[in-house]
Design a protein around this ligand. Sequence first.
Ligand SMILES: Cc1cc2nc3c(=O)[nH]c(=O)nc-3n(C[C@H](O)[C@H](O)[C@H](O)COP(=O)(O)O)c2cc1C
Length: 180
Amino acid sequence: MIVFASKYGATREIAEEIGECLEEVDLEVEIISVEQVTGVDRYRAVVIGSAVYLGRWRRRVKHFLTENEEILSRKPVWIFSSGPTGTGQPEVLLKGWKVPVNMKKVVKNINPVDVMVFHGKIDLIELNMFERLAINKMRIPSGDYRNVESIREWANSIISYLNDNYTGISGDPDTDNKNK
Ligand SMILES: Cc1cc2nc3c(=O)[nH]c(=O)nc-3n(C[C@H](O)[C@H](O)[C@H](O)COP(=O)(O)O)c2cc1C
């Protein structure tokens, strides 16, 4: 399952790109907005992506991770953020930020396989007045800085992990050896 939390669609499109990569190697993928998730049990692996607004993930992602912390800690989980705009490595632009301060404990307990930050996209036309003021004040550049190559590269690392850690492409949650 790939869960996304997106306000203006940039994060959803990253989730879809990752989903396409996984489908290309015949993995069965469901891409679901965080508002629509009904359960986690039946998925053998979970990717979660959120847009970053003012240093935080979207509120629903916070709820999703908190409510499902225990079950997610028993599955292979990948987390990504779609955030920084501007040239340069995302982690440099964010000065090492990877996880919002208020989510560090939950993420630590979930113990994801990997946590990634991707460049994001800001379309000024879509923003409301407060958002425009905020990005002006924070000097955040607008534009689409997403990099398909780095998204696909990360998706390939997920595929490698799943290939190395599961018997058979159809998978079985019982073969989850994350905590072995
Ligand atoms: C008001 C506002 C605040 C933002 N704050 C941050 C931030 O603190 N850190 C960051 O990396 N990106 C920040 N961004 C950039 C967005 O996270 C980025 O554009 C993201 O890709 C948007 O995803 P979405 O289209 O899925 O909502 C901000 C954007 C806006 C409009």
